[in-house]
Design a protein around this ligand. Structure first.
Ligand SMILES: NC(=O)c1ccc[n+]([C@@H]2O[C@H](COP(=O)([O-])OP(=O)(O)OC[C@H]3O[C@@H](n4cnc5c(N)ncnc54)[C@H](O)[C@@H]3O)[C@@H](O)[C@H]2O)c1
Length: 339
């Protein structure tokens, strides 16, 4: 299958492209390159051919010949979205909607969309795909708009599949430390303190980056009748954790580190998600990685890269810092176009 992966130079994309190549697909990337310079390590893989373009500038001719698109290229977290909600709307909703229209025009048959469990917002009840979304941020609101738009655009020849990723963790050359497991592991390694930004009680669904990639791979080849217009939460029955449990698992991998909480911390997000649907309905899918596995591979990579606290807190691994840096140094304009 000939597949275009947008956002191929991001945290998930840099792992996903190789998972798809290993499954025998012909994979091309597309990315504007906001985080291109940030590589924690060289994975030794031959890079896939990459179209260097902003999704807002794509033409139907760029998409001709692809059987499927996996769309990851958006501004990828809540804080980034909250600093400029209009820009988030312009890229994450308008950019995505335009890409969908062009994909249909170019004859692309399948479209896998990277949505997020953040569409559920805060809730004390377990959320399923049929729960009413409660998006609290510009980022999450755009995800809901895009899901609805994609479902409307489905036809006999255009199969959209929506994957709501849980918060992702695990190793990738373009690591993000603004994600809870990676953050706590990085803190353990570089400061010796697993410092939670909460009282540890909030629940959070979490999935390893390679299990996310497996879900995408399964959604690409599943029979159209099973997946068209369907929404799947990506994870399994063990994916919901309280932050204090995550900290304690990380402590088993970094035994010298201390664990601390912050009852007045900023992180109030709290939700549990049901993953029954993907595990019972998406052929071939199962999650096989655990947080202990993810923390161990992170530790090994930190040791190899000799990760310092300066690296850990640098712009390379925190999306917001890198975007601000590129703007402040005159490389990106206000609308995040390269100057
Ligand atoms: N990482 C998570 O925990 C998580 C959870 C739920 C959903 N998601 C979704 O998965 C997708 C990928 O997430 P990620 O963690 O890999 O993010 P990331 O920020 O690491 O990667 C996004 C990539 O998209 C590119 N990009 C951004 N805007 C672009 C534009 N206008 N044109 C072209 N390229 C552009 C960036 O340069 C970057 O390489 C996003 O849509 C995100 O919302 C991620």
């Amino acid at each position: 299958m000939k597949i275009l992966v947008t956002g191929s130079e991001g945290y998930i994309g840099s792992m996903l492209v190789h998972v798809l190549v290993d499954k025998g697909h012909d994979v091309c990337g597309l990315d504007t390159g906001f985080y291109k310079e940030a590589m924690l390590y060289d994975n030794g893989r031959k890079p896939v051919t990459t179209i260097v373009k902003d999704i807002r500038d794509i033409k139907a001719s760029d998409l001709k010949g692809f059987d499927a698109i996996v769309h990851l290229a958006e501004l990828s977290n809540d804080p980034l979205g909250q600093t400029d909600p209009d820009l988030t709307f312009a890229i994450n909703h308008k950019g995505t909607a335009r890409l969908v229209k062009l994909a249909k025009k170019a004859g692309v048959k399948r479209f896998i969309y990277a949505s997020s469990c953040s569409v559920y917002g805060a809730s004390d009840e377990i959320r399923t795909e049929t729960s009413v979304p409660n998006p609290l941020t510009a980022y999450a609101k755009c995800k809901v708009l895009n899901e609805k738009f994609l479902i409307q655009e489905a036809t006999d020849t255009f199969t959209p599949v929506i994957l709501r990723f849980a918060t992702v963790y695990g190793l990738s050359p373009r690591l993000r430390f603004d994600l809870v497991v990676n953050n706590l592991a990085g803190l353990a390694f570089t400061t010796g303190e697993i410092k939670m930004d909460s009282d540890g009680t909030p629940w959070r669904p979490l999935t390893h980056v390679l299990d996310i990639a497996e879900a995408v791979a399964c959604a690409l080849v599943a029979p159209k009748e099973i997946v068209s217009k369907e929404i799947f939460n990506v994870g399994n029955e063990t994916s919901n954790y309280q932050i204090k449990d995550i900290a304690n698992i990380i402590k088993t991998v970094f035994p010298e580190a201390t664990v601390s909480l912050n009852p007045n911390g900023a992180d109030k997000r709290n939700y549990k998600v049901d993953f029954t649907k993907i595990n019972s309905r998406l052929p071939g899918f199962s999650c096989t990685r655990t947080i202990a596995f993810g923390a161990k591979e992170l530790k090994d990579a930190f040791e190899k890269a000799k990760l310092t606290n300066k690296d850990f807190t640098s712009r390379f691994y925190t999306r917001l810092k890198q975007i601000f840096f590129l703007q402040k140094t005159g490389k990106l304009d206000k609308e995040l176009y390269w100057i």
